[in-house]
Design a protein around this ligand. Structure first.
Ligand SMILES: [Zn+2]
Length: 89
Protein backbone atom coordinates (compact mmCIF):
# COMPACT_ATOMS: atom_id res chain seq x y z
CA UNK A 1 0.00 0.00 0.00
CA UNK A 2 1.16 3.48 -0.75
CA UNK A 3 -0.62 5.07 2.17
CA UNK A 4 1.27 5.47 5.43
CA UNK A 5 -0.90 4.94 8.46
CA UNK A 6 0.23 6.79 11.57
CA UNK A 7 -2.74 5.83 13.72
CA UNK A 8 -2.54 3.68 16.82
CA UNK A 9 -3.78 1.06 16.60
CA UNK A 10 -3.02 0.83 12.90
CA UNK A 11 -6.03 1.05 10.61
CA UNK A 12 -7.24 -2.21 9.05
CA UNK A 13 -6.23 -2.75 5.41
CA UNK A 14 -8.83 -2.42 2.61
CA UNK A 15 -9.10 -6.20 2.34
CA UNK A 16 -10.01 -6.61 6.00
CA UNK A 17 -13.59 -7.25 7.00
CA UNK A 18 -13.43 -4.32 9.41
CA UNK A 19 -12.07 -1.96 6.77
CA UNK A 20 -14.74 0.58 7.72
CA UNK A 21 -13.12 0.86 11.15
CA UNK A 22 -10.24 2.81 9.65
CA UNK A 23 -9.91 6.47 10.55
CA UNK A 24 -11.82 8.92 8.35
CA UNK A 25 -9.52 11.28 6.51
CA UNK A 26 -12.09 13.15 4.46
CA UNK A 27 -15.86 13.29 4.66
CA UNK A 28 -18.02 14.20 1.70
CA UNK A 29 -21.47 15.01 3.08
CA UNK A 30 -22.82 15.97 -0.34
CA UNK A 31 -22.31 12.51 -1.79
CA UNK A 32 -22.63 10.57 1.44
CA UNK A 33 -19.23 8.92 1.48
CA UNK A 34 -15.98 9.15 3.38
CA UNK A 35 -12.37 8.56 2.46
CA UNK A 36 -10.75 6.28 5.01
CA UNK A 37 -7.11 6.12 6.02
CA UNK A 38 -6.69 2.80 4.21
CA UNK A 39 -7.79 4.35 0.92
CA UNK A 40 -11.30 2.92 1.01
CA UNK A 41 -14.24 5.08 0.03
CA UNK A 42 -16.93 4.24 2.56
CA UNK A 43 -20.53 4.93 1.59
CA UNK A 44 -23.46 5.73 3.87
CA UNK A 45 -25.19 2.48 2.88
CA UNK A 46 -22.19 0.64 4.42
CA UNK A 47 -20.84 -0.28 1.01
CA UNK A 48 -17.40 0.74 -0.11
CA UNK A 49 -14.93 1.18 -2.94
CA UNK A 50 -11.38 -0.03 -2.54
CA UNK A 51 -8.27 1.87 -3.67
CA UNK A 52 -7.74 -0.76 -6.37
CA UNK A 53 -11.30 -0.47 -7.65
CA UNK A 54 -12.71 -3.32 -5.58
CA UNK A 55 -16.40 -2.95 -4.75
CA UNK A 56 -17.56 -3.91 -1.28
CA UNK A 57 -21.30 -4.54 -1.10
CA UNK A 58 -23.33 -3.03 1.75
CA UNK A 59 -23.61 -5.06 4.93
CA UNK A 60 -27.33 -4.46 5.32
CA UNK A 61 -30.09 -4.85 2.73
CA UNK A 62 -31.25 -1.88 0.75
CA UNK A 63 -34.23 -0.09 2.30
CA UNK A 64 -36.17 0.27 -0.95
CA UNK A 65 -38.03 -3.04 -0.68
CA UNK A 66 -41.61 -2.71 0.48
CA UNK A 67 -41.27 -5.54 2.98
CA UNK A 68 -42.97 -8.21 0.90
CA UNK A 69 -41.47 -9.51 -2.32
CA UNK A 70 -43.47 -8.81 -5.43
CA UNK A 71 -45.53 -11.82 -6.46
CA UNK A 72 -46.06 -12.62 -10.10
CA UNK A 73 -49.58 -13.79 -10.87
CA UNK A 74 -48.59 -15.78 -13.91
CA UNK A 75 -46.25 -18.76 -13.63
CA UNK A 76 -42.84 -18.46 -15.17
CA UNK A 77 -43.06 -19.73 -18.73
CA UNK A 78 -39.55 -21.12 -18.57
CA UNK A 79 -40.54 -23.27 -15.58
CA UNK A 80 -43.51 -24.74 -17.47
CA UNK A 81 -41.39 -25.51 -20.50
CA UNK A 82 -38.67 -27.19 -18.45
CA UNK A 83 -41.25 -29.35 -16.65
CA UNK A 84 -42.92 -30.37 -19.91
CA UNK A 85 -39.65 -31.27 -21.55
CA UNK A 86 -38.66 -33.28 -18.47
CA UNK A 87 -41.93 -35.25 -18.54
CA UNK A 88 -41.90 -35.76 -22.29
CA UNK A 89 -38.22 -36.55 -22.18
ZN1 LIG B 1 -4.69 5.08 9.79
Amino acid sequence: MGLACTHQPECPPPAAADRAAAQVLLHFPGVGCSLLCNGVLSFEDSGGLGPDGSIYPPHRPLPNSGGQPAESKTPDVRDVVSVESAVGG
